[in-house]
Design a protein around this ligand. Structure first.
Ligand code: BES
Ligand code: MN
Ligand code: ZN
Length: 495
């Protein structure tokens, strides 16, 4: 999809479909008024007829309005002036898009005139329009044997005041970069475990690295990890035919001496639970257990596309968790790269086992911050549902930066406490710690486990178990979260 900024008098815009807002009670916005005048009161006539009242997301498609150059005009309800917030804005864009998708038009022009939300500036509204339209057009049909019907829509224009042209153009570039990052993340998430293996993830990282000289890639094999003492990570792949990979993708966007921000992703390409086997129902969804890793790769793609002036290093712990005669057993004890020992009481708590070694590995980069992203705990879904990702950190300033980024990018996280009081739930009689902390506060005890490997730097953990994919119906599939949050966090670090 091509996105463009345009300006000019709305009645003269050549477009297959002009999108114009109407306020609650049939109030014409500035643009609608101009059109109405050009059309000799045609639009106010339509409003008087009551065919559209301007309630939020209501739509009415008009054809060939006299005096208006565009072939069609889509009126979209903006709702009450006082209710127009971020969420309404996104709903309005989605509602307009669902009409546009169903008609035969090859281009559309949004003329919302910054009236659809009171809370955000031109940059935000333009960027979010690009992200929302792109996300709404996303399809995953590469594994269907029937030829997918081609999408007619080729280009979307956003009409802004001339003075906003530069801001709008930047927003289009950054919005498209985030959208492309999200669709990479969704593609990787949606691919099944028999295709998206740890080896496949490493190949995808290689593809990214080959496309942009700011990237450099190193992939550690199981033998390399063994030499580094990563027994914990290797205990997860022990039962699988698929070798684990530790994927290290560096992006250099500024002076090489500047300390990098490190993103660590959980990349379990299938989580059967291992010997602590999961129940069969819904087990297919554990192909999504690499969505943390996928969102790290999506973020790397996004920042590279926008040439962000920052150094960022991605560390992806990719492995498959399977039962077999060689698999790790409950009660087994391993020594992590840090030297600390772990009693593996449940092989289904494998995310923390791969992450702890990846987090220790991250020390060598002398990072300015480390953020790990993981579909780590079912408990996070119980705590926060599917709306907010869980956030835990050993540094309140870093936590605040991430919360703020999520708020701005409309990809929100919510902080949970990482108090010492919870650490004792990990006590083990036989090793330095157990890998599970019992039923209460499962998300917090998982983060407590990780916190024992992140003492040397500013660190935060984002649990995306509830937000990384939708579980049911036509919506089933990866969401691309938390690419917007992570990318925003990094954009903010360059300011
Ligand atoms: N990948 C799962 C967490 C998960 C479950 C994410 C369902 C999304 C939906 C993780 O590896 C896991 O199995 N966690 C266990 C931990 C438990 C054994 C302490 C869980 O949450 O049940
Ligand atoms: Mn598991
Ligand atoms: Zn898992």
């Amino acid at each position: 999809m091509e996105f463009k900024i345009t300006s000019g008098s709305p009645e003269q815009l050549e477009s297959q479909c002009l999108v114009i807002g109407v306020g609650d009670g049939g109030v014409l916005g500035a643009i609608a008024q101009i059109l109405d005048e050009a059309a000799n009161g045609y639009i106010s006539g339509v409003l008087e007829s009551g065919d559209i009242t301007g309630k939020k997301t209501e739509t009415l498609l008009l054809r060939a309005i006299p005096g208006v150059a565009a072939k069609r005009t889509l009126l979209i309800g903006l709702g009450k002036a006082e209710d127009r917030n971020d969420n309404n804005y996104l709903k309005i864009v989605q509602a307009a898009l669902s009409v546009i998708k169903n008609i035969q038009c090859s281009d559309a022009t949004f003329c919302l005139d910054l009236e659809a939300t009171n809370d955000r500036d031109c940059y935000w509204q333009t960027r979010k329009l690009v992200e929302t339209v792109s996300a709404g057009l996303y399809r995953f049909d590469s594994l269907k044997s029937t030829e997918p019907t081609a999408l007619k829509l080729q280009s979307v224009s956003i009409c802004l005041d001339e003075e906003d042209d530069e801001t709008g153009s930047l927003a289009v570039v950054e919005g498209a970069a985030i959208a492309n990052g999200m669709s990479l993340t969704r593609d990787l998430g949606n691919l099944p475990g028999n295709i998206c293996t740890p080896t496949y993830m490493a190949e995808q990282a290689r593809k990214l690295a080959e496309e942009n000289p700011a990237f450099s890639l190193e992939v550690l094999e199981e033998s390399d990890m063994k030499a580094l003492g990563m027994e914990s990570l290797l205990s997860v792949s022990a039962g699988s035919e698929e070798p684990a990979k530790l994927i290290v993708l560096k992006y250099q966007g500024t002076d090489e001496n500047e300390q990098p921000h490190v993103l660590v992703g959980k990349g379990i390409t299938f989580d059967s639970g291992g010997i602590s086997l999961k129940p069969g129902a819904g087990m297919d969804e554990m192909k999504f257990d690499m969505c943390g890793a996928a969102s790290v790769l999506g973020t790397m793609a996004a920042i590279a596309e926008m040439d962000l002036e920052l150094n960022v290093t991605a560390v992806i712990a990719a492995a498959e968790n399977m039962p077999s005669g060689k698999a790790t057993k409950p009660g087994d004890i391993v020594t992590t790269m840090s030297g600390q020992t772990v009693e593996i009481l449940n092989t289904d708590a494998e995310g923390r086992l791969v992450l702890c070694d990846a987090l220790t590995y991250a020390e060598r980069f002398e990072p300015s911050s480390v953020v790990d992203i993981a579909t780590l705990t079912g408990a996070c879904i119980l705590a926060l549902g599917h709306k907010a990702s869980g956030l835990l950190s050993n540094n309140d300033e870093l936590a605040a930066e991430l919360l703020e980024a999520g708020q701005y990018a409309n990809d929100r996280a919510w902080q949970l406490p990482l108090w010492d009081d919870y650490q004792e739930q990990l006590d083990s009689n036989f090793a330095d710690m157990a890998n599970i902390g019992g039923r209460p506060a499962g998300t917090i005890t998982a983060a407590c486990f990780l916190s024992r490997y992140t003492k040397k730097y500013r660190w935060a953990h984002v649990d995306i178990a509830g937000t990384a994919w939708n579980s049911s119906g036509k919506e089933k599939g990866a969401t691309g979260r938390c690419v917007p949050l992570l990318t925003q966090y990094l954009i903010d670090r360059t300011a």
